[in-house]
Every structure is written in structure tokens, then in C-alpha cells.
Design a protein around this ligand. Structure first.
Ligand code: COA
Length: 190
């Protein structure tokens, strides 16, 4: 079943510059981004895909791709970051939150293509997601990652998440959002 679509959150569209100066467009996902996402996940290493999905994934299934691209922009908000290589769109990051049954909470997940890591992209994607989430009434964001995923744990800690104890190799990440802390990221960096 497909959820009814809400307004496309155009306020989340942005052009950002990574620490190396590279220009990247961040925007909410569209149904027609399916092929771009297939390529993005295909190009991740098997280990990175496993860390992203918390289990080994060769290629995302059609069902998963549908869930990832046909979002309702309300209970499920998804962003992609893209660059243009010879005029061709290439996705280099995806991040999303999905509201949990407790509507004031949302579960976040994020991945960045290996060669684009450590340039501040995940930080920019998360800031934008948090801005949208806080404005939409989300008060707590949570996530899960493997206890040995040092990059994610370091990233999450730096981003203000509290890391809980490890249960069966997985740790829980949790962060409280406060609306006033989430002014528009573009205004914050201007
Ligand atoms: C975790 C991940 C999203 C970080 O993305 P990124 O774009 O490289 O992160 P950023 O460049 O925004 O880094 C922000 C901060 O996170 C921390 N961090 C990021 N990568 C790190 C690394 N390799 N080692 C240590 N700290 C790291 C640092 O504190 C960094 O700030 P700094 O560069 O000023 O020191 C990325 O490594 C990734 O996609 N991993 C595979 C998928 C995954 O594990 N997803 C998590 C499960 S949902």
C-alpha cells in the first residue's frame, strides 16, 4: 500500500559545498530517482551496504527501492545528495527518517559513497534532516548501528547522539531535538 503523498518539501533543497569545495545538491527524493539509487547502492562496497542495512545486501530489492523512492514526505522523509559528472546525475549520499509508532520519534539512517566520505557530507545531510524533522514535530531521533561501526559511532557521537549499550552486536543511537536549535541549515551557515 502506498501512503498518500504530502507536499514535496522544497525547503529542504540546497546547494552545499564539501570541505574540498565540491558543489553538491541536496534534495528530497523523487520516484524517478530509482535508477540513480540502484547505481548508488550497487557502487557501495559489500561491507558498507551491510553496515547501512544491518545485514548483507547484494542489490536492494524492488520492494526496498519502491519504499526508498515513493515516500510520503511526512512519515518518511528521504534526502539524496548528488553531483553532476559530465552533466550526468550521480547520487553520493542518501539519508532518511521514518516516524516510529510513537509519532514524536523517528528512526534515521544514512550512507555516503566511500570516495565522498570524510568531507562533511553526512553532517550536512543530518542537519537538513533534523531541521525538517524538528519543524514537523519530531522530538527524538533514534538509530541503530553495528557496535564495531567506528565511523558511524564517531559521527553520531560528534552529532550529539547518546550511544547505548551494545545488544547482540548492535548499539542504539538517540538524540533529542529542540526546535530552536534547528534554524534552517542554510541560514545557519550564511
Ligand atoms: C558514517 C558515515 C555516514 C559518515 O559519513 P561522512 O560523510 O564521512 O561523515 P562526515 O564527513 O560528515 O563526518 C562528520 C564527523 O563524523 C566523524 N567521522 C566521520 N568519518 C569518520 C571516520 N572515518 N573516522 C572517525 N571519525 C569519523 C568525525 O567526527 C567527523 O568530523 P571531522 O571530519 O570534522 O572530524 C559514512 O562513513 C558511511 O556512509 N558509512 C557506511 C554506511 C553506514 O555505516 N551507515 C550507518 C548506519 S545507518
Amino acid at each position: 500500500m502506498t501512503c498518500p503523498s504530502h507536499r514535496y518539501p522544497a525547503e529542504l533543497i540546497d546547494v552545499v559545498h564539501l570541505t574540498g569545495g565540491e558543489r553538491v545538491v541536496i534534495r528530497p527524493v523523487l520516484p524517478q530517482d530509482r535508477e540513480l539509487l540502484i547505481r548508488f547502492f550497487h557502487d557501495l562496497s559489500p561491507a558498507a551496504r551491510c553496515r547501512r542495512f544491518l545485514h548483507p545486501v547484494n542489490e536492494p530489492s524492488l520492494k526496498m527501492l519502491r519504499q526508498f523512492t515513493q515516500v510520503d514526505h511526512a512519515t518518511h522523509v528521504a534526502l539524496i545528495a548528488e553531483i553532476f559528472v559530465d552533466g550526468r546525475e550521480t547520487v553520493i549520499s542518501e539519508a532518511r527518517y521514518v516516524r516510529t509508532v510513537e509519532a514524536s520519534s523517528a528512526e534515521v539512517s544514512i550512507s555516503v559513497a566511500e570516495r565522498w566520505q570524510r568531507k562533511g557530507l553526512a553532517k550536512l545531510m543530518l542537519a537538513k534532516l533534523e531541521y525538517g524533522a524538528a519543524a514537523a514535530g519530531v522530538r527524538r531521533i533514534v538509530g541503530e548501528t553495528f557496535a564495531d561501526n567506528e565511523k558511524m559511532i564517531s559521527f553520531a557521537r560528534r552529532a550529539g547522539f547518546v550511544i547505548s549499550d551494545c545488544v547482540r552486536g548492535v548499539v542504539r543511537l538517540e538524540k533529542t531535538l529542540r526546535l530552536q536549535e534547528h534554524e534552517h541549515p542554510r541560514a545557519a551557515s550564511a
